[in-house]
Design a protein around this ligand. Structure first.
Ligand SMILES: Nc1ncnc2c1ncn2[C@@H]1O[C@H](COP(=O)(O)OP(=O)(O)OP(=O)(O)O)[C@@H](O)[C@H]1O
Length: 236
């Protein structure tokens, strides 16, 4: 890997997408630098999940460009986009419940022939449970396993869809520490869709405000630290 590839930036311009001809994303432009932690906030139905789905190739963009490390990946199949270095932690985790933690990770690592061992450095608790069926883990453990699985594919930028959903405050703290460590140590950029204001405020450096499929503003770290005004933006 060249030094350039280690510092991969996600650049999105004029992205539009929808479902069966109904537009949802209208004109999305955003940028995530190497190691940068960016949030995406917005009310229910604003298009947050659709944005991540369009970036990873699950929903086909109808317009715009998505560049990762200079490669245009818009509209490519998800496995090609993942191979370029975009990782995805979907809402609801979507682990294979009847496979072990380790089997889940090895599936993700296989396409790149990567070892999974280094990933466990960030998840010592999971290392102890690597031979346990993923479906038998607690909610917090499953969330960490879903992130570990994405990390096993060696992403340069990681998309996360509401990882704090359903987690206890203690589990959210663990999640925060893990995300900060991944971004700091590996230079992985994060694009975090999240309604949990505690996790957002503690994790991201800025957040894009999505409304009706467009980015209408940006919240600074200072605004993110003010949970009360953040709740107003999210109307939660
Ligand atoms: N599979 C789908 N088929 C058709 N329409 C969809 C589909 N998924 C989402 N939509 C519609 O797209 C719009 C944006 O939904 P999306 O799930 O991206 O929003 P969101 O901001 O992630 O919302 P939430 O916070 O509730 O998860 C909504 O109007 C939704 O009804």
């Amino acid at each position: 890997m060249s030094a350039g590839e280690r510092h991969v930036r996600l650049e999105v311009a004029g992205l539009a997408a929808g479902y069966r001809g109904v537009p949802v994303l209208r004109d999305i432009t955003l940028d995530v630098r190497a190691g940068e932690r960016v949030g995406v906030v917005g009310r229910n139905g604003a298009g947050k999940t659709t944005l991540l789905a369009a970036l990873i190739g699950i929903v086909a963009p109808t317009r715009g460009t998505v560049r990762l490390g200079g490669h245009d990946i818009a509209g490519r199949p998800p496995y090609v986009i993942a191979a370029h270095g975009l990782g995805y932690v979907p809402q609801g985790r979507r682990l294979f419940p009847r496979l072990t933690v380790d089997e889940n990770l090895r599936l993700a690592a296989r396409s790149k022939n990567l070892p999974t061992s280094g990933v466990y450095d960030y998840f010592p608790h999971l290392a102890d449970r690597r031979h346990q069926l993923a479906g038998t883990l607690s909610g917090g453990e499953q969330q960490l396993a879903a992130i570990a699985r994405a990390l096993a594919g060696d992403p340069k930028v990681l998309l996360l869809d509401e990882p704090a959903e359903g987690l206890s405050p203690v589990a959210v703290e663990g999640l925060r520490d893990t995300l900060l460590a991944i971004s700091r140590d590996r230079g992985v950029g994060l694009l975090l869709v999240e309604q949990n204001t505690t996790l957002l405020a503690a994790t991201v450096e800025r957040a894009l405000l999505l409304e009706k499929g467009s980015v209408v503003g940006e919240l600074t770290a200072e605004q993110l630290g003010d949970e009360q005004s953040l709740r107003v933006f999210l109307s939660v």
